[in-house]
Write a protein that binds this ligand. Structure first.
Ligand code: B12
Ligand code: SF4
Length: 450
């Protein structure tokens, strides 16, 4: 039985796409041989921004892309199974083109997987909510595994009963297998590690609880061991966690940090983090000493009231204190912010600007990524909060009157200006984001909603 595992663009390409190497580890455990093709890297390291533009917007396709894909497919045709990992909806355009070219060339069974089989927020017509179904009905693929592939994929290939249901227990998951790639081709020695799946919060705007019904986590010691193995086996120097929150379970998080301190390997780690009450000096020290280089923090708003509305559940006191503790220890922070939450008033927005201005004291350490709140399917915001109008340019009546898309866009612009004026870094994809926001703004201007 021969199996090829392929990652499709677009996603970051300065380090290997994780899913296919995770799945190779799972297949090896069941004694199924497989070969990984990091097509995301191969394609985007060649075509760079032009490739990203086509993948993400579906425009500017050219013959060079076509020739590249055709040539690439030649090495795939003889496999019995081809598994394609669709990372987000931004990989759908490429995947469809790949399938159109590959399908007539091979008799392999084609199985699709990954979170990009759905669409959680893109309003571009080239993105589908049921991408897997679409591809199967066009006879471009045979199967889709819409959930976790760790057990389902080996079962499917072995002809056993399989389901897309989530695994209950993440203990003893196989270690990802990167033996098919040469790390020296990549600009950074980074790999992704999963310490947990799901989340301990249920924020109103977020679809994580819809994707992963249950929060599950691995023992901290196991996670630390995997990091150590990645260092010795592949010379990895940086870990990115794929967890919704690296400190979802404080027990496992503390254990992992303590084990890493003991192991004393020169590996840095980065992950999504939530501010919490009851963090001790020793917790902050452990974070630093275990190699934490940067934390991405879903702060969302500088207003405690808005964060409560969102069910983020951390206070301003905890937020300011945590930023100081991280700042003192020289740990980089990326603030993930959103403006225009339905209940956000001008005063709430001022609180957000105040947080940014206050953060100037740690300006060398902080990047701020701001987006406009999106109403995403399978969230409380979508289902229960009385927004109205179009899902892309939704409106809301709050205590100050009607909050329109144009109001939210102005807040976004001001936020970006205040971030820059405070000397904090802004998202390096800000221009692409602004282009997308302007498309929505234009839709509102031309809509008949009132
Ligand atoms: C890390 C991450 C990023 C990183 C990407 C790093 C990189 N390598 O490119 C950054 C921050 C850059 C990022 C960006 C974006 N991301 Co992101 N990201 C994640 C995150 C947190 C972890 C992904 C990960 O590495 N998982 C670990 C791997 C092993 O898991 P996996 O890929 O899901 O694979 C498992 C299964 O899906 C399945 N599977 C996967 N492939 C295959 C293939 C087969 C054949 C089979 C059978 C099974 C299978 O089995 C695997 C093991 O169980 C997820 C949320 C999450 N916790 O998963 C969001 C997530 C994937 N991102 C998401 C989105 C929307 C985006 C953005 C579009 C956001 C934006 N608006 O800009 C961008 C797009 C990036 C791009 N350039 O196109 C969404 C995708 C939703 C969707 N339906 O498309 C997610 C789910 C977050 C969310 N809740 O909305 N992201
Ligand atoms: S926004 Fe973050 S903290 Fe909130 S539910 Fe989603 S992943 Fe969890």
């Amino acid at each position: 039985m021969s199996v090829a595992l392929i990652s499709t663009p677009s996603q970051l390409y300065n380090f290997p796409t994780s899913s296919i190497f995770f799945l190779k580890g799972c297949l090896s455990k069941e004694e199924i041989d497989s070969t990984c093709y990091d097509l995301n890297f191969d394609f985007l390291s060649k075509f760079k921004e032009a490739g990203v533009k086509w993948c993400e917007f579906g425009t500017d396709y050219n013959t060079e892309f076509e020739e590249f894909i055709q040539h690439y497919c030649n090495q795939l045709v003889d496999y019995d199974w081809i598994g394609i990992s669709v990372f987000t909806y931004n990989s759908q355009v490429f995947t469809k083109k790949l399938l159109e070219i590959l399908r007539p060339m091979t008799n392999a069974k084609i199985v699709l997987g990954g979170l990009g089989l759905t669409n959680s927020g893109s309003d571009l017509e080239c993105h589908s909510f049921n991408f897997g179904d679409d591809m199967i009905s066009l006879d471009l693929a045979d199967y889709q595994i819409s959930g976790e592939g760790d057990i389902a994929l080996p079962s499917l290939i072995n002809g056993e009963t399989w389901s897309s249901d989530q695994i209950d227990d993440l203990t003893n998951l196989p270690i990802p297998d990167y033996s098919d790639i040469d790390f020296s081709k990549y600009p950074s020695n980074v790999v992704t590690i999963t310490g947990s799946r799901g989340c301990v919060r249920k924020c109103t705007f977020c679809d994580v609880a819809g994707i992963w019904k249950k929060f599950r986590y691995r023992p901290g010691k196991e996670i630390a061991n995997e990091i150590v193995e990645m260092y010795y086996e592949y010379g990895v120097d940086t870990i990115h966690f794929s967890d919704s929150l690296v400190n979802g379970s404080m027990k496992a998080f503390r254990e992992m940090c303590a084990e890493l301190v003991k192991a004393n390997v020169p590996v840095k780690w980065r992950g999504l983090f939530i501010f919490r009450a009851n963090m001790t000096e020793s917790d902050w020290d452990l974070i630093k000493d275990s190699g934490c280089d940067e934390l991405w923090i879903g702060i969302e708003s500088g207003s405690e009231k808005i964060r409560n509305d969102m069910r983020k559940k951390f206070t301003n006191a905890d937020m300011y204190k945590s930023i100081e503790e991280l700042g003192k220890r020289n740990i980089k922070m990326t603030y993930l912010m959103m403006v225009g939450y339905p209940t956000e008033t001008d005063n709430d927005f001022e609180d957000t600007l105040d947080l940014i201005r206050w953060s100037e004291r740690y300006k060398k350490l902080i990047e701020v990524r701001t987006n406009i709140v999106m109403v995403v399917k399978n969230t409380e915001l979508y289902d229960d909060i009385p927004w109205y109008g179009n899902v892309e340019t939704w409106r809301y009546k709050n205590s100050e009157g009607i909050l329109t898309y144009a109001d939210r866009f102005l807040r976004w612009k001001e936020m970006v200006e205040v971030t820059k004026a405070s000397g904090l870094k802004v998202d390096n994809r800000i221009n692409q984001l602004e282009a997308v926001l302007k498309i929505r703004l234009d839709k509102e201007l031309h809509s008949t909603d009132s």
